[in-house]
Design a protein around this ligand. Structure first.
Ligand SMILES: [Ca+2]
Ligand SMILES: [Ca+2]
Length: 76
């Protein structure tokens, strides 16, 4: 049982934290595109999206979503 518990704990640690896995990522690919953002927040414009997309790859990763949320650009 002890082994089972530590294995479960390790699995939990390896799992992406719930807060990092955005509900915005509707197709679950780990990136949030402008379409996915706008599906939830139609008021987010391309300009706002671009300001959230720090590395300008056209999608938001966990770090960018966290930063955008912290900056108040996305509701948490
Ligand atoms: Ca996605
Ligand atoms: Ca990006």
């Amino acid at each position: 049982m002890k082994t089972y518990l530590s294995t479960a704990a390790a699995a939990l640690l390896l799992t992406v934290p719930a807060w990092a896995q955005s509900a915005l990522d509707t197709n679950g690919d780990g990136l949030v595109t402008m379409e996915e953002v706008q599906a939830a927040y139609p008021e987010v414009t391309a300009d706002v999206f671009a300001s959230m997309d720090a590395d300008a790859d056209g999608a938001l990763n966990d770090a960018e979503i966290a930063a955008a949320t912290e900056a108040g650009l996305l509701p948490s």
